[in-house]
Design a protein. Structure first.
Length: 182
């Protein structure tokens, strides 16, 4: 079982065809992929992936957004799993989140930790390593998902911890990891 958690990743203000993007790709290949060739990567995607940011209303003063092309960029880096439980996933509201989810799905990248409601946001990333199953839950602090409110599984809510404990008690996986962003 070889799992590696990467730090926050954001492509805010970076063009996919820029020298910086090429440098990131080259550096990742030489420093990470060479050293950890058979690992499964999980990263925190701290930006919204949009085709046209001007079509959506930003909900905060300085939103983090990137071109939708970066979903394919992540895939080329072998980053197949991203956590969306962070304070920038809903910078463009539910529509921005849904567009990000669409681009990630189109690039075959699994995502977890955020959703259109609490049940959606509380779905763990489930990974299979041989006969062992791992569930990774992602929590952050805002915006908190509710019964019919989009957001993330909250670090502040007791219901989040109860949900994870219940999941663990029901032995749905061999290992449970809680991945927090704050």
């Amino acid at each position: 079982m070889s799992l590696l958690f990467l730090p926050d990743i954001s492509f805010h203000n970076i063009r996919a065809d820029s020298n910086l993007a090429k440098k990131i790709k080259k550096s990742f290949h030489s420093k990470i992929l060479k050293k950890f060739p058979k690992y499964t990567f999980v990263a925190n995607l701290e930006c919204v992936l949009l085709k046209n940011k001007n079509k959506l209303r930003k909900l905060i003063k300085k939103p983090l957004h990137s071109s939708h092309i970066f979903s394919k960029f992540l895939r080329k880096l072998n980053i197949n799993n991203v956590c969306l439980a962070n304070n920038h996933t809903f910078d463009y509201g539910l529509k921005g989140f849904q567009e990000t989810a669409k681009h990630l799905k189109n690039s075959n990248i699994s995502f977890f930790g955020a959703g259109k409601n609490f049940l959606d946001a509380s779905k763990p990333l489930c990974l299979q390593f041989g006969k062992k199953k791992i569930a990774i839950f992602a929590l952050s602090y805002k915006p908190e998902a509710g019964k019919s409110l989009c957001g993330v599984m909250s670090l502040k809510q007791e219901k989040s911890i109860k949900f994870i404990k219940k999941f663990k008690k029901e032995k749905k996986c061999d290992y449970v990891i809680v991945y927090c962003h704050s």
